[in-house]
Design a protein around this ligand. Structure first.
Ligand SMILES: Nc1ncnc2c1ncn2[C@@H]1O[C@H](COP(=O)(O)OP(=O)(O)OP(=O)(O)O)[C@@H](O)[C@H]1O
Ligand SMILES: [Mg+2]
Length: 279
């Protein structure tokens, strides 16, 4: 496993062409997000340095996917601002200037297209090279994710973990400067999870791709992140290095990182009692 680097880099190098570009940073400034009067993100501020791997952890429902939607330019926050390389991510102009790869929690593949065509869609639409060079890029990305044999399959023929890997491969073909990952290792076995962690670290170490990863995966967060944030009920409750987190004495963080299985918990007793009452 690659060691997390402590300093951020200033240039990205395209993994396919070797061409250099400036690494991009993200700034999230006091954002809040409300849906139907319910506030799900509360005054969240942090930045992701160019070339950094920033991991945001947090319990289910804490607002991680909502946060990624504000950063990827899919939605505007109710208040506060997000900038990617100093620009508004919702503007089309920003998407022309910064290549942002987004790996959705559920894959978000086009079901009517084969795996190969899902990956070839972006370079075809952006006319980046002829069909032969697109084929080379697509097959290279599929090889990195151990998916060569799935090229002709359709999403309905794939397992959940394969869909996730196709979604990552599709982002790689975009030659991203910024990668946003929503639960990249959910539904993957431990070996494939470790491979995904290595891919994220390699993109950083070799190509200075900036990465923001939201995940529950403690191993992923504590091994590859430069910095880790924890979101709870829409608030950023801590931000620091993996070592800061490991040594935290904040009971919320200790409990989140070291959950205990308690089959003696009163809620199970209540259930047993209810079952007895109804039998
Ligand atoms: N479009 C929406 N409209 C209304 N409420 C929403 C919407 N999207 C998300 N929410 C609410 O925002 C909260 C945070 O959701 P989010 O999907 O960000 O959680 P999460 O941290 O990604 O959880 P998980 O780890 O389970 O993926 C939840 O209470 C959810 O119901
Ligand atoms: Mg989510």
């Amino acid at each position: 496993m690659n060691e997390p680097a402590t300093s951020a880099c200033s240039k990205t190098r395209n993994p396919f062409t070797g061409v250099e570009a400036n690494a991009v940073g993200v700034r999230v400034d006091a954002i809040s997000k409300k849906y139907d009067g319910v506030t799900v993100l509360k005054n969240v501020t942090f930045d992701v340095q160019p070339g950094e791997i920033f991991v945001m952890m947090g319990p289910s429902g804490s607002g991680k996917s909502v946060l990624l939607r504000q950063i990827s330019g899919l939605e505007y926050p109710t208040s506060g601002t997000v900038t990617v390389d100093g620009m508004d991510p919702c503007l089309e102009e920003t998407r022309y200037r910064v290549r942002i790869g987004l790996v959705f929690q559920a894959g978000a593949l086009f079901n009517s297209l084969s795996v190969y065509d899902n990956l070839a869609l972006y370079p075809r639409e952006h006319r980046s090279g002829g069909e032969a060079s697109i084929r080379e890029k697509v097959m290279h990305a599929l090889r990195i994710l151990s998916l060569e044999d799935a090229a002709r399959k359709f999403p309905s023929e794939l397992s959940g973990g394969m869909k996730k890997r196709v979604s990552i491969a599709r982002s790689l073909v975009m030659e991203p400067q910024l990668m946003l990952y929503d639960e990249p290792t959910s539904e993957l076995d431990p070996v494939m999870s470790a491979t995904i962690s290595e891919i994220i670290a390699t993109l950083k170490n070799e190509y200075s791709v900036t990465s923001l990863v939201v995940t529950h995966d403690r191993a992923l967060a504590l091994t590859i992140a430069n910095r880790v944030g924890i979101l709870m009920a829409g608030r950023l409750v801590t931000l620091g290095t993996a070592d800061d987190l490991r040594s935290s004495t904040d009971p919320r963080i200790v409990d989140f990182l070291n959950p205990k299985i308690d089959i003696e918990h009163p809620r199970f007793k209540k259930l047993e009692a209810q079952e007895k009452d109804t039998s």
